[in-house]
Design a protein around this ligand. Structure first.
Ligand code: 5IU
Length: 489
């Protein structure tokens, strides 16, 4: 390809404002210091023809039976190629029309024909992927895509991972250097774009079969993975145990046993034990806590096959939590498989807990969000907790959350504030139903307290919550993916 030809085209595109600098919100929500949009070329036929020529010259192979542009900007460009090269084209609609033939793809084709994809710009590669997926479902062979601008944010690697070879006319860094060389932009703008690209190079795409690719590496979305499949994908032995027992007992129910005597606690654990995967305690509520209570509780956990989860919400510096966890009158580390902790203090809290665990198989759940009215956890705080969890997957098994804070299948999301009958209490608690917790908020485990503990028959109530929660989970793993979002035309 003639370099001078590419340079001239970039300068022409700059003149017609196909590339702009400033602050732009992309479809994915990402803030970008530049925006590239070839839609404007429809008003400049000569430039559009040059773009089409450059894209055609970039094609990786010489034998195609069809071309197909990604809607919308890819369409007129593909039409020009079709005309110039005398190759039939296809149009893939963005949505199926609600009348007539309901076809998603317009144009004639036969199975096995080779189709070249045409796109103006790629970020994650989602738009290209979506179109290719439809064409492949029709039996077409789609292996190659030509794009004008690669924003160099992982899209090409994502597409390569799905068997699509991507060739771009140029990448954003090259485009920027051409503009800089010709005095169109300042060195500050050049640097800001370079900085943006180096820090925003992780994108992912989702496929219909519920897989996603992050920078070319296959990752399945947590919400669509079965508990059983997650037994092996997690890094944590307790998370594996929990997934295993959730899938064999067919339950994602955790009962919150906020009772005041050991007798009540043990009676409740025995009644609901068959229906739960976890029993959540606040042992500091018990008036008569003793080692005997713990011994009996452990025996019930063995008998009914559930794990013990002390909702201690540790929140101090590492040195203090190490002492609180591994000592005091409750000696939590000795009997609780899982404990809750706040992310607030930073990494030190995890290090403190781990030092007290001292090699025992123990795990913690970070409180990322709360169910109570007026909770102070901001989005930034939630992201901070998620990042912390990602750094310590050998100790953090997941997060307490009220929304889908992570799609990473290694993490278990625990959602409290679940009730079938009430909307809240007088002290700020806010409830959702088991179905909403699992389907709308992305819970893996629902935590139910008074909905069960204050029911006339706690065992019967636990069975109802268990069935509702598990049915919602089964519905969720079957759900189709929401439309992948990405910038493009
Ligand atoms: N709990 C919440 N909300 C939270 C967190 C923990 O309700 O955000 I973090 C605890 C408190 C109680 C249980 O032990 O979960 C919920 O009990 P009820 O279902 O009775 O409201």
């Amino acid at each position: 390809m003639d370099e001078a030809f590419v340079e001239q085209c970039v300068l022409d595109l700059y003149k017609i404002e196909a590339i702009k600098f400033g602050s732009f919100t992309l479809k994915s929500g990402m803030q970008s210091p530049f925006y590239f949009d070839l839609r404007t070329v429809v008003s400049h036929p000569k430039i559009m023809e040059t773009v089409a020529k450059l894209l055609w010259a970039a094609r990786p192979s010489s034998t195609y039976d069809l071309v197909c542009g990604v809607a919308y900007t890819g369409l007129p460009i593909a039409a020009i190629m079709s005309l110039r090269e005398d190759i039939p084209m296809l149009i893939r609609r963005k949505e199926t029309k609600g009348y007539g033939t309901k076809k998603l793809v317009e144009g004639s084709y036969t199975k096995g024909q080779r189709c070249l994809m045409v796109e103006d710009v790629i970020v994650s590669g989602s738009s290209v992927y979506e179109t290719v997926e439809t064409l492949r479902e029709l039996g077409l062979e789609v292996k190659d895509a030509v794009v004008f601008l690669d924003r160099q944010q992982g899209g090409a690697a994502n597409l390569n991972a799905t068997g699509i070879n991507v060739v771009s006319v140029l990448g954003i860094i090259k485009l920027m250097s051409i503009l800089y060389k010709h005095g169109c932009i300042t060195s500050e703008v050049l640097e800001s774009v370079k900085e943006f690209v180096s820090t925003h190079n992780e994108t992912s795409i989702k496929t219909k079969d519920k897989a996603s690719y992050k920078n070319g590496v296959l990752v399945k979305d947590r919400k669509h993975c079965t508990y059983e499949s997650r037994v092996t994908t997690t890094d944590h032995p307790l998370a594996s145990t929990l997934f295993e027992l959730m899938s064999t007992k067919k339950t994602n129910l955790c009962v919150a046993a906020d009772v005041t005597t050991s007798q009540e606690l043990l009676a409740l654990a025995d009644k609901v034990g068959a229906h739960i995967c976890l029993l959540k305690t606040h042992v500091d509520i018990l008036q008569d806590f003793s080692q005997d209570t713990i011994d009996k509780l452990k025996a019930l956990a063995e008998k009914h096959n559930f794990l013990l989860f002390e909702d201690r919400k540790f929140g101090d510096i590492g040195n203090t939590v190490a002492q609180q966890y591994g000592g005091g009158s409750h000696n939590i580390v000795e009997w609780a498989h899982l404990v809750t902790a706040h992310g607030l203090p930073g990494d030190g809290i995890i290090k403190g807990l781990m030092s007290a665990a001292n090699g025992r198989t123990r795990g913690c759940v970070l409180v990322a969000q709360m169910s109570s009215e007026g909770t102070l956890t901001s989005q930034e705080y939630v992201q901070g907790c998620t990042k912390m969890a990602e750094k310590h997957t050998y100790f953090v098994v997941g997060m307490v959350s009220q929304s889908n804070v992570s799609s990473d299948p290694r993490f278990i999301l625990f959602t409290p504030g679940v009730q079938l009958k009430k909307a809240g209490d007088t002290l700020g608690q806010q409830y959702v139903t088991p179905k909403a917790a699992v389907l709308e908020r992305g819970a893996d485990v629902i935590i139910v307290g008074r909905g069960i503990t204050q029911a006339e028959d706690p065992a019967a109530a636990a069975l109802i919550y268990k069935e509702e929660g598990y049915a919602a989970y089964l519905e969720r793993i079957e759900q189709k993916l929401e439309n992948p979002s990405a910038v493009g035309s």
